[in-house]
Design a protein around this ligand. Structure first.
Ligand SMILES: C[S@@+](CC[C@H](N)C(=O)[O-])C[C@H]1O[C@@H](n2cnc3c(N)ncnc32)[C@H](O)[C@@H]1O
Ligand code: SF4
Length: 393
């Protein structure tokens, strides 16, 4: 797919286009999760397409090739070594979501500071960094949550990031990052983080235009890889970066990334200054995904590709915890700043906050791959597979 593009010429034309950038400034339930995460761990069946709504009621998601690492079938949700959640057996998603007493995954902002100023960045409002004591309290109140993304801002700007990662030992940790401090921190993170998710919007000119210094990002990615940290990439997609997508997937393939996540920009922060023309409709984004999946097959690219578009089925599916410990549903389309406050993780446990969360079904649908477009990773790199038992699902 994407076969209709005259890639080089068209990319150059798009890249010359004018997007303006703004300079602006538990105790953890350890029994519930796997131990230190193995390197090179990304295994799934080839080419499973999970379609957008309506959410299928009964079929479980495709299991990774070889099931020796999966948890027992008496538990509802499993976490695969490919860093995805999957139903243990055919079950009604709505029933699973309704019965759940907590989230599968949360995003914890350990800072709002950043050394980039991406043209789409939603996180431009500054807040003081949380102290380690505050983060410990949040961690205690997150007991039972199987996966935490330590995000920002730019989490690698925290010089005590390894201490924070250690604090969450026993939880599956995802680390979204711009990678620019990879050289400094990769070694300390090795073996402690399930995967780093590096933002990359395309080849040099494209990433330089819409994000920040491509070469610094790539230097950081090489440091992560040298340290053996599993890699995923994510790209915010504009109309003017569509032609870069095949190059981005080629880069992901060369880097042997587990997946490339495509994200549609949300109108918040710097993205409020983007030209309206940069925002794709859901139909346009879906067509772009399908063309990319065709190209992926044609060229034998291996990484999984996932597209999250903003529809009623993805609304509010994330739970974001601000540096002040405030949990919010995100994105809630008609809420101020797209955030619907749920309560403070400094004051109460996640189970309490979960009772106020209106988007349980969307949360489970997204993390079980039911409300997104997805093609699973092809091929099978060496991997040690371990199951994650999710007690509260
Ligand atoms: C907020 S950043 C924090 C982690 C790190 N600094 C980074 O850039 O990956 C995490 C991701 O959020 C996504 N993001 C940022 N602003 C967004 C927006 N306006 N709409 C949708 N996604 C956005 C980008 O994919 C970005 O990589
Ligand atoms: S998207 Fe990430 S790297 Fe870019 S400005 Fe925002 S926090 Fe920084």
């Amino acid at each position: 797919m994407f076969v209709l593009w005259g890639m080089t010429a068209v990319r150059a034309a798009w890249d010359a286009g004018g997007v303006q950038r703004r300079r602006a400034p538990f105790p953890v339930t350890r029994a519930a999760v796997c131990g230190p995460v193995a390197v090179h761990a990304y295994v799934e069946k080839d080419l499973m397409i999970a379609c957008s709504p309506p959410v299928p009621a009964v079929e479980p998601t495709a299991r990774p090739a070889g099931d020796e690492g999966l948890a027992r079938a008496d538990e509802r949700v499993l976490f695969t070594e490919g860093h995805h959640f999957t139903l243990a057996a055919p079950q009604d998603l709505e029933v699973v979501a309704a019965a759940a007493t907590g989230p599968l995954s949360v995003i914890l902002q350990v800072t709002k500071r950043c050394n980039f100023d991406c043209s789409f960045c939603s996180e431009t409002l500054q807040e003081p960094d949380p102290t380690l004591a505050a983060l410990e309290r949040v961690r205690d109140n997150l007991a039972g949550v199987p996966r935490v993304f330590l995000s920002g801002g730019e989490p690698l700007l925290r010089r005590d990031l390894v201490d924070i990662v250690d604090m969450f030992a026993g939880t599956v940790i995802g680390l979204p990052t711009n990678a620019t401090r990879g050289l400094q921190l990769a070694h300390g993170l090795a073996g402690k983080v399930a995967f780093v998710n590096v933002g990359l919007e395309g080849p040099r000119a494209t990433t330089n235009r819409v994000r920040g210094d491509y070469d610094k990002v790539m230097t950081g990615i090489r440091a992560f890889q040298h340290a053996g940290l599993p890699l995923s990439l994510s790209a915010v997609v504009y109309r003017s970066t569509l032609t870069a997508l095949p190059f981005t997937l080629q880069i992901a393939d060369v880097l042997d990334a587990g997946k490339l996540k495509l994200i549609m920009p949300l109108r918040k922060g710097n993205a409020l200054d983007l030209a309206d023309s940069e925002f794709l409709t859901v139909e346009e984004a879906t067509a772009a995904f399908e063309r990319l999946a065709e190209l992926r097959t044609a060229y034998g690219w291996r990484p999984a590709v996932r597209l999250t578009a903003w529809t009623p089925d993805t609304e509010g599916h994330m739970i974001v915890i601000s540096p002040r410990g405030l949990a919010s549903a995100w994105p809630v389309y008609d809420a101020p700043d797209l955030l619907e406050p749920l309560g403070s993780l400094l004051d109460e446990p996640i189970a309490e906050i979960w009772t106020r969360y209106r988007f349980k079904r969307n949360h489970y649908a997204k993390y079980l791959g039911r409300s997104i477009r997805a093609v699973s990773r092809a091929g099978r790199p060496p991997s040690t597979r371990r199951p994650l038992r999710i007690a509260h699902a």
